[in-house]
Structure formats: C-alpha cells, structure tokens
Ligand binder design. Structure first.
Ligand code: HEM
Ligand SMILES: *[C@@H]1O[C@H](CO)[C@@H](O)[C@H](O)[C@H]1NC(C)=O
Ligand SMILES: *[C@@H]1O[C@H](CO)[C@@H](O)[C@H](O)[C@H]1NC(C)=O
Ligand SMILES: *[C@@H]1O[C@H](CO)[C@@H](O)[C@H](O)[C@H]1NC(C)=O
Ligand SMILES: *[C@@H]1O[C@H](CO)[C@@H](O)[C@H](O)[C@H]1NC(C)=O
Ligand SMILES: *[C@@H]1O[C@H](CO)[C@@H](O)[C@H](O)[C@H]1NC(C)=O
Ligand SMILES: *[C@@H]1O[C@H](CO)[C@@H](O)[C@H](O)[C@H]1NC(C)=O
Ligand SMILES: *[C@@H]1O[C@H](CO)[C@@H](O)[C@H](O)[C@H]1NC(C)=O
Ligand SMILES: *[C@@H]1O[C@H](CO)[C@@H](O)[C@H](O)[C@H]1NC(C)=O
Ligand SMILES: *[C@@H]1O[C@H](CO)[C@@H](O)[C@H](O)[C@H]1NC(C)=O
Length: 342
C-alpha cells in the first residue's frame, strides 16, 4: 500500500511525456511585438512589389516539405555543401529572401535570439495570404531552426510540375497531407508567376503525335508559345502569370482555370485526372469561402510538418547561416589534463 503510494507520487512528479508543441502566441511574453514586426516588414515589401506575397507563400511550402518547417530553405550554400535554395526547384525561382531578412532584423533588434527564422517564414506566409487574398488566420509558433540544408533533399521532396496525380498525392501523403489538402493548397497557384521552363513540356514537342498538350487550351498554348520562344536561351528568365483570371488575388479562381484548361503545369492539369481530385476542384471552384477556410487550415497543418520544438535545433541569429557552435565554458576549456603535451 505504502509502496503503491510512493509509486503514484513518483509518476505524478515525472515530467509530462507530451512533446513540446507549437502554440498560438508563442512569443506573447518573450517577444510580444514579433508577429506585428514581421507583418510590418511584409506589408512594406508588398506595397512596393505585390509579387513578394507569392514568393513568401511558396517559400513556406518549400521550407516545410524539406526537413520540416525549420528554415532550412534559408541557409546559404557553403564550400562543402549545396543548400536547398540552390536546388533546381528553388533556384532561380524562389524569392522573397530579402523580406525575411528585413523581418528577422526587426525582431532581432526588438528581442535578440528569441524568434526563429522558421517562425518568421511561417508568419510571413500568413501575412502574405492576408495581404493578397484577405485570408486571415492565426498560426501556431515555437518552431526552431535546423542546421542542415541539402539540395538533393529539396529535389527529392518537392513535387515536380511534371507530376501526375499519383505522384502529387504521394508527395503530400509523405508529409501527412491528404489528397484534398493537396488540391486545397494548390490554390496558391492563383497568384504569382512561373518561368517558361516549368511548363515548356506542354507547349513544344509534347509527344510524337502532337506538339501541344491536348489538355491545355489551344488558344492559351499559342499565347504561351509567343511569351516563351522555342529558343530557350531567349526565354530563360521570362515569367508568365499563373492565374489568368485574377492574377494578383489569392482566391479560388485557380480552380476555375483548372476546369477551363487555362493552367500552366502538367501537375495543375493532373487535378482533373481522377474522379476524387476532380470533384475537389469543382467544389473549390464553386465555393470561394469554403476554399478560403480550408486553405487557412491546410496552411496551419503544413506548418506543423516535422517541426523542431523545445530544445531541438536552435534560434538562428542570421537566417543565412547556422549559429557557430557555442564556445566551451571557461573552466572546461583549454587542453584537458589527460592530454599529454609532448
Ligand atoms: C501540388 C504540387 C505543386 C507543384 C508541382 C508546384 C510547382 C510549382 C512551379 C513549377 C512553380 C513555378 C516556379 C517557376 O518556374 O518560377 C510554382 C509556383 C508557385 N507555387 Fe507551386 N507547386 C505545387 C504546390 C504549391 C503549394 C502547396 C503552394 C503553397 C501553398 C504553392 C505556391 C506557389 C506559388 C505562390 C507560386 C508562384 C511563385 C512566384 O510567383 O514566385 N505551390 N509552383
Ligand atoms: C497569447 O495571447 C493570445 C491573445 O491573448 C492568446 O490567444 C494565446 O493563447 C496566448 N498564447 C500563449 C502561448 O500564451
Ligand atoms: C521594390 O521592388 C522592386 C521590384 O519590383 C525591387 O527591385 C526593389 O528592390 C524593391 N525596393 C524595396 C525598397 O523593397
Ligand atoms: C476581409 O475579410 C473580412 C472577414 O474575414 C471582411 O469582413 C472584410 O470585409 C474583408 N475585406 C475585404 C477588403 O474584402
Ligand atoms: C544529401 O541528401 C542525400 C539524399 O538523402 C544524401 O545522399 C547525401 O549524402 C546528402 N548530402 C550531404 C552532404 O549530407
Ligand atoms: C505517374 O508517374 C509515375 C512516375 O513518373 C509513373 O511511374 C506512374 O506510372 C504514373 N502513373 C500514372 C497513373 O500514369
Ligand atoms: C505523420 O504522422 C505520423 C503519425 O501521427 C507520424 O508518426 C509521422 O512522423 C508524421 N510524418 C510527418 C512527415 O509529419
Ligand atoms: C519540336 O518543336 C519545334 C517547334 O515547334 C519544331 O521545330 C521541331 O521540329 C520539333 N522537334 C521534333 C523532334 O518534333
Ligand atoms: C537563340 O537565341 C540566341 C539569342 O537570342 C541566338 O543567338 C541564337 O542564334 C538562337 N538560336 C536559334 C537556334 O535560333
Ligand atoms: C537571366 O538573368 C540572369 C541574372 O539576372 C542574367 O545573368 C542572364 O543573362 C539572363 N539571361 C537572359 C537570357 O536574359
């Protein structure tokens, strides 16, 4: 009986087994201005160039799909290591890094060493959705920054625009996102631009029988061929709008475009190739408010992929580089006594 009581006492004193979790308002006490400082930096950049919203929403996706949302996408390549940002899915198309730098500088000035780069990316994507689509949501925070960024992993984890439906569903399932969430998040293609190389396969030499992908509107294909000449050296930097209907607004018009064969990528057109995905496209095309709500929820869920919390990872000082390893404390420094000096 007494033993049992002691056992219970020990159990109740043991630390909770639940892992640290992301929380809304994680910086309430430690850096109360964090979220508003990021919002100000994003709003200033957006006022100058509204294209940054698309860049920042895509950056969040590309961060979360590779080693989780840990700002690995922000690390620069080093002599021995090609970083994610220099992998083909990111270079040269991913942009908005200067906005993250400005936001991080603002939060470091207010509360040094507190706010992770990973959370800055998550806040910036949220603010971008609000600015470009009036889609507002709270995003839990408390992510910590990773110390590894590997270009090969970016190429392996980020879905290619050449993907068919199976590959798209699988790439999202690998990150615990459902097929419906994949369709919902693809609605981000209602803002921003693409380089010609990402859809070139659909407008030239598509197959042995037809030059243009028959699942792309012929009139639109002709327009795209004019924007993106066959000679790649003259169209390498050219970009084309993703959403013809409301190119600057984050809204459900993307799904209307999908149904009219007015979308750029094989992966966009793939959303009509299975009954399940096609039904989700139809539903989103017909329910703007419902899609916006689902989009906000899916962004929050994407923001939870493989996150580092608690004492995992670090709070990077400079989002471009990992922190230098903490110096050994004074009394333990120097040559250990057991190392013989010759
Ligand atoms: C479903 C699989 C997806 C594929 C295959 C895909 C592929 C692509 C490609 C190839 C581009 C154009 C890059 C370029 O050539 O400049 C692009 C742009 C973009 N993607 Fe996706 N994407 C997918 C899902 C997503 C998701 C989940 C999001 C965010 C929630 C997203 C947000 C964006 C945005 C905002 C742009 C425009 C970027 C800009 O203007 O710079 N995409 N995507
Ligand atoms: C931070 O404050 C907001 C608003 O008062 C509240 O909803 C949230 O739960 C708080 N978060 C934490 C971790 O204290
Ligand atoms: C404003 O946007 C342009 C691109 O449209 C960019 O080149 C420039 O650096 C931006 N200026 C500021 C202050 O952000
Ligand atoms: C933005 O959305 C809110 C509700 O979420 C609504 O009250 C407001 O009118 C919207 N603003 C614009 C400019 O559409
Ligand atoms: C990067 O990731 C790939 C694929 O997992 C792996 O083969 C490679 O060794 C990694 N590179 C480095 C430098 O760790
Ligand atoms: C989808 O693409 C993968 C790899 O590219 C291929 O193995 C598979 O057969 C394709 N599936 C369908 C249904 O076409
Ligand atoms: C997906 O969920 C399972 C079960 O909850 C978990 O073990 C796994 O780590 C998760 N994977 C990702 C990529 O979040
Ligand atoms: C590929 O497309 C270009 C431009 O339409 C055409 O000139 C060329 O003959 C095509 N090549 C093949 C192998 O079909
Ligand atoms: C492609 O364009 C470049 C410069 O725009 C030009 O020098 C080259 O001759 C062109 N090549 C072909 C095959 O037309
Ligand atoms: C594309 O942009 C890069 C960097 O701005 C530049 O060096 C290159 O010459 C450009 N290429 C073309 C074909 O305009």
């Amino acid at each position: 009986m007494k033993l049992f009581f002691v056992f219970l006492l020990v159990l109740s004193l043991a630390p909770p087994l639940t892992l640290a979790q992301l929380k809304i308002g994680f910086y309430n006490k430690t850096c109360p201005s964090a979220e508003s400082l990021v919002q100000k930096a994003v709003a200033a950049a957006f006022a100058n160039n509204s294209g940054v919203a698309a860049g920042l929403i895509r950056m969040f996706f590309h961060d979360c799909f590779v080693r989780g949302c840990d700002a690995s996408v922000l690390l620069d390549s080093t002599p021995g290591n090609q970083a994610e940002k220099d992998a083909p899915p990111n270079n040269p198309s991913l942009h908005g890094f200067e906005v993250i730098d400005a936001a991080k500088a603002a939060v470091e000035a207010a509360c040094p060493g507190i706010v992770s780069c990973a959370d800055v990316v998550a806040f910036a994507a949220r603010d971008s959705a609000s600015l470009s689509g009036n889609i507002s949501y709270k995003i839990p925070s408390g992510r910590r920054d990773g110390r590894i960024s590997n270009a090969t992993e970016a190429s392996q984890n980020l879905p290619s625009p050449l993907s068919n439906a199976t590959r798209l569903v699988d790439a999202f399932a690998a990150k615990n996102l459902t097929a419906d969430e994949m369709v919902t998040l693809s609605g981000a293609h209602s803002i921003g631009v693409s380089h010609c190389s990402s859809f070139r396969n659909r407008i030239y030499n598509f197959s042995s029988t037809t030059g243009v992908d028959p699942t792309l509107s012929a009139a639109y294909a002709a327009l795209l061929q004019r924007a993106c000449p066959f000679n790649t050296s003259s169209s390498g930097n050219t970009t084309v709008l993703l959403d013809l209907i409301t190119p600057q607004t984050l809204d459900n018009a993307y799904y209307v475009g999908v149904r009219l064969s007015l979308v750029l990528f094989t992966s966009d057109a793939a959303l009509l190739t299975t009954p399940e995905l096609s039904a989700a496209v139809k539903h989103n095309a017909e329910h703007p408010g419902g899609w916006a709500t689902k989009f906000a929820r899916a962004m929050v869920k994407m923001g939870e992929i493989e996150v580092k919390t608690g004492t995992e990872g670090e709070i990077r000082k400079n989002c471009h580089v990992v922190n230098s390893v903490t110096a050994v404390p004074e009394e333990e420094g120097g040559t250990p006594p057991w190392v013989a000096t010759m």
